[in-house]
Ligand binder design. Structure first.
Ligand code: XBP
Ligand code: MG
Length: 252
């Protein structure tokens, strides 16, 4: 089975969006709505157990705020808070406040030149993806991805594999011809559930996650002169991830 396409998660994989992107955007939305909800860095790490912003707010109230009296229109209120959070996130990302992770742009450019097809599979809201790509990866880069599968497009978010099934179906490709890129246990469960070989790059929030089943676990993709660290998996004796590396990893 030859490698034909790469499918990328966004949050934590293309960029470290959670701590300094989504988290402050949630907090801003809470304070705009005069709620005494505040998610510090450590609490947010616990809340990341649940993917999806609306789902995460409900989980917070259920697990951490037994004192909070939910209004009758709680679902609507969460939806409004989420719209506000999305506006704050977009404003932050539009100022280029969320840098792309090491090696990502280099690998995407090389993959395109090598004829590999590209897609995105994420639980985040579609606007968040486009604004991040435009302002952090570069103008016009959203066109590099033939499918951007995002947000509520499938009802069951990661760790359900549905978003990957959706992307594969849109591309008309078999999982065996693709490789997924993830940063978290929930993401990995989703990609493995779709039978995709998966390369994991960790971040501060996901260092301790269970990545069993991943093809390889790395600190980051690395760059020439800025080698990455192998955390688990085969040592292919390369200091950074390029297309040649991916072809070997995919064939193992
Ligand atoms: C990403 C997420 C997202 C973001 C928030 O998970 O969990 O929910 O935190 O995005 P993954 P929204 O990287 O596994 O796709 O607020 O737009 O839902
Ligand atoms: Mg992720």
């Amino acid at each position: 089975m030859t490698l034909q396409a790469l499918i990328f998660d966004v949050d934590g994989t293309l960029a470290d969006t959670e701590r300094d992107g989504h988290r402050p955007a949630f907090n801003q939305a809470f304070s705009d709505a005069s709620l005494d909800w505040h998610w510090d860095v450590a609490l947010y790490g616990k809340l990341l157990a649940v993917t999806g912003g609306k789902e995460r707010m409900k989980y917070y109230v259920e697990q951490f705020r037994p004192d909070y009296q939910k209004p009758a229109d709680f679902d609507e209120m969460v939806a409004e808070l989420h719209k506000s959070k999305t506006r704050h996130y977009a404003a932050l990302a539009a100022h280029g406040g969320i840098p792309i992770r090491p090696g990502i742009k280099r690998l995407l450019i090389e993959a395109r030149a090598a004829g590999l097809r590209l897609a995105i599979a994420t639980t985040t809201t579609p606007e968040n993806v486009t604004v991040l790509l435009e302002h952090s990866l570069g103008a016009g880069t959203q066109d590099w991805f033939e499918v951007i599968a995002a947000g509520d497009i499938v009802p069951a978010k990661k760790p359900a594999p549905d978003i990957y099934f959706y992307a594969l179906e849109k591309m008309g490709l078999q999982a065996a011809n693709c490789m997924a890129f993830e940063d978290s246990e929930n993401g990995l469960r989703a990609s493995l559930g779709a039978e995709l070989k998966t390369l994991v790059t960790v971040n501060d929030y996901t260092l301790d996650h269970d990545f069993s089943g991943a093809s390889v676990v790395l600190s980051d993709l690395g760059d020439p002169g800025e080698p990455n660290q192998l955390i688990a998996g085969p040592d292919l004796e390369r200091a950074f991830v390029d297309v040649a590396y991916l072809r070997v990893l995919h064939s193992v």
